[in-house]
Design a protein around this ligand. Structure first.
Ligand code: SF4
Length: 219
């Protein structure tokens, strides 16, 4: 039996929830860091402190205990469609935390776990078998944002810290597929990105593709 929504939360949120595209169910999201090795010009966090009633700007990275403590409060409050690492930052900046929290989720729940990532896990965790580790911990799905159909466009849009970011994102997607993670590429509808070319890339690699609508920040 699940308790009824609505839930409200005014302080900085480590966990938050949003309706799915069909508005029939909710996904539960984990906001574990505000750090990111990209600096996309359209990044939501440049313009807002959060989404809906949730403040996603964190004063510091929460600990494993803090994340699990917040998860415990809501895990059984609704029939979440999935649990997603996605906040105001790149989750794989804290890969060990993603692994530990995923193991905890899989111990206490049968929900699917997804990581929304910029795909630079191998650059952020040098020498680690990132895709294999995610798979072994229990991650089911990866959603990799690729806002550029080539290196020049990616660099222009995402302004990555790492020189070979575009190439390594493509390698990450290949490795994720090899590790048998359900993987999709996403691209935002901004003028610089040739969406059909990104779709072609995903077809060539053999992973899913999803277009995400760009919501202009006019507030
Ligand atoms: S990859 Fe995501 S979190 Fe990082 S700057 Fe781009 S939009 Fe923001």
């Amino acid at each position: 039996m699940f308790l009824k929504m609505p839930l409200t939360n005014r302080k900085s949120s480590i966990v938050y929830w949003l309706p799915n595209e069909n508005h029939k169910r909710y996904s539960l999201y984990l906001n574990i860091t505000n750090r990111c090795c990209n600096n996309c010009y359209f990044c939501f966090r440049k313009f807002k402190d959060g989404i809906r009633e949730f403040t996603l700007r964190l004063r510091r990275d929460p600990s494993f205990r803090e994340i699990v403590g917040e998860l415990q409060k809501v895990l059984r409050r609704k029939d979440w469609s999935e649990i997603v690492f996605c906040g105001f930052g790149e989750p794989l900046e804290r890969m060990d935390c993603v692994l530990e929290v995923t193991r905890w989720i899989k111990k206490y729940s049968e929900k699917a776990v997804r990581v929304d990532t910029n795909g630079q896990g191998y650059l952020l965790n040098s020498g680690e078998e990132v895709a294999m580790k995610l798979k072994s911990a229990g991650v089911d799905k990866l959603s990799v944002s690729l806002n550029g159909h080539d290196k020049a466009t990616y660099n222009q849009v995402c302004k990555p810290e790492f020189e070979y970011a575009f190439e390594r994102v493509l390698e990450f997607i290949e490795e994720a597929k090899k590790a048998d993670l359900e993987t999709e590429i996403t691209a935002v509808t901004i003028p610089e990105v040739d969406i059909p070319k990104v779709r072609e890339l995903s077809e060539r690699i053999g992973v899913g593709f999803r277009v995400r609508a760009y919501i202009p920040c006019f507030w």
